[in-house]
Design a protein around this ligand. Structure first.
Ligand code: FRU
Length: 489
């Protein structure tokens, strides 16, 4: 087919639904050679509505096969976000002693008797590699009518005590529950009322362990929803600390906020469960949009994409231990080399060494040495009228993405903006960027600083410019790869 996934703004190497609305990634699990990705989906419309779980599978997290809808709303309500685990020893009793998949999700509906709104946690299971699902007849399995926002359960296996742990969001904090069968849950503790950022309702938590310096730390991810009072919209924060099977303790000051991403468009991200120990990676994907304007972005047949899948690790810094994100190496299968520069080139204002190159879907890796205070960077999706600037200002030690002239931004008055993050450079500055039809993902200093941003440029804006505004900078190396479409047949 000629117009297969070729619509205006359709990402070429990021996951999108075939048509209609998508938000949070859900239920990511690796099982029998397949990476599953479920997602919040409204199959009838391009705006949010009755939530279903859409479904896709992949053998590499890059090429996706779209599958039929996995979970439909029912008498308990819409199917909100949640997670999936592999129940290897049939702890749930759903699998006749064998193994299978259990989905733990929020039912958002109303109380059958009082008809008041409620959010409760429910189960569904699959014995055929996630192709079909049966909802548990005892649903819901966890409720607390005292709280309105009570959702997004993430279940993990807590090996030390051989029990399931659920972390879920409860308004302005997260709660931990434990269980042996996932059907009955025991409250263990809550965390967060006075920790981190509260510029919005807490949503979509995740909890996992990562190795560092011969030991390990627990990481707690918490997304915070859009509040009209703040221009940044919905964002994701994380905490570093310890989890003892009951309680999470934050090792940073409670008022310290650690942002996962300094761009506006990486929300509700969580990680895959059951990734084999031999692989060892903690694999993450986020929803590449923002509640501020997600329902209004100018795409026609579908809405929203996921970020690139990323691998999470920890890094020890002077301020403490911090998350690092790197795009999974599987993505490099899409590379088609355009140019490679492996010698020093002194940048000159007004001279663009990339002026003959035209591309809108690419990866660029570059290394710079700053010799004198400078402002420099790369302009992408460029034409006379449009450009998205990825720049570094060494006076302020700030890396920024300026989307004020990036293309269509009329759909929301807060879309046009400059997004910034503090990046200190010691010797050389390593920049890796992934640019798709309607997004930019910036990984600085090997993923220690990440910025994800949507843009909506015109099709004709396909230029690239390496620029030096002022100061003295040497380019040490540069590799540019065109990216093949994942939808190409
Ligand atoms: C986060 C969220 C979740 C909820 C889902 C509903 O983006 O608001 O808290 O489960 O989206 O679609």
């Amino acid at each position: 087919p000629t117009n297969f996934f070729n619509e205006k703004y359709r990402p070429q190497f990021h996951f999108t639904p075939i048509k209609n609305w998508m938000n949070d990634p859900n239920g990511m699990v690796y099982f029998q050679g397949e990476y599953h990705l479920f997602y919040q989906h409204h199959p009838e419309s391009t705006v949010w509505g009755p939530m279903h779980w859409g479904h896709a599978v992949s053998s590499d997290m890059v090429h996706w096969e779209h599958l039929p809808i996995a979970l439909f709303p029912d008498e308990n309500g819409y199917i909100f976000s949640g997670s999936i685990v592999v129940d290897t020893w049939d702890s749930s009793g759903f699998f006749d002693g064998g193994e299978g998949l259990v989905a733990i999700f929020t039912h958002a509906g109303e109380h059958p008797d009082t008809k008041t709104p409620r959010q409760v946690q429910s189960l569904a299971y699959s014995t055929d590699k996630g192709r079909t699902w049966t909802k548990y007849e005892g649903n819901p399995v966890l409720e607390d009518t005292s709280i309105a926002d009570f959702r997004d359960p993430k279940v993990i296996w807590y090996e030390k005590e051989s029990k399931w742990i659920m972390v879920l969001s409860a308004g302005n904090h997260v709660r931990f529950y434990s269980s042996s069968d996932m059907k009955s849950w025991r409250f263990e503790s809550s965390f967060g009322e006075k920790e981190g950022s509260h510029l919005g309702v807490w949503e979509c938590p995740d909890l996992f362990q990562l190795p560092i310096e011969g030991g390990h730390r627990w990481v707690l991810i918490v997304s915070i929803g859009d509040d009209p009072a703040y221009t940044e919209g919905s964002r994701t924060q994380y905490f570093i600390g310890d989890f003892d099977g009951k309680m999470f303790t934050n090792e940073n000051d409670s008022e310290k906020v650690l942002w996962l991403d300094f761009g506006r468009d990486n929300y509700a991200g969580v990680t895959w469960s059951n990734v084999p120990k031999e692989d060892g990676r903690r694999l993450f994907i986020g929803w590449m949009s923002n509640w501020k304007y997600a329902n209004q972005v100018p795409t026609e047949t579908w809405r929203s994409a996921m970020t690139l899948p990323r691998s999470l690790t920890l890094n020890s810094t002077r301020e403490g231990i911090r998350l690092v994100q790197t795009p999974v190496q599987e993505i490099s299968a899409l590379r088609k080399p355009i140019t490679s520069i492996q010698r020093t080139i002194t940048l000159i204002p007004g001279e663009n060494i990339l002026k003959d190159i035209k591309t809108k879907t690419f990866e660029l890796k570059a290394c710079f040495k700053i010799k004198e205070a400078a402002v420099f960077g790369i302009k992408v999706h460029q034409s006379k009228e449009e450009e998205t600037i990825i720049g570094y200002d060494s006076d302020r030690s700030v890396l920024y993405v300026d989307r004020r002239r990036s293309g269509d931004k009329t759909f929301h008055n807060e879309f046009s903006c400059v997004q910034e993050m503090e990046v200190f450079i010691e010797d050389q500055f390593a920049l890796q960027i992934f640019v798709d039809t309607s997004s930019v993902e910036v990984f600085a200093n090997d993923g220690k600083h990440v910025l994800t941003s949507l843009i909506f440029p015109r099709e004709e804006s396909n230029g690239l410019e390496l620029f030096l505004d002022h100061g003295a900078v040497d380019l040490k190396s540069l590799d540019l790869f065109d990216y093949q479409s994942i939808w190409a047949i």
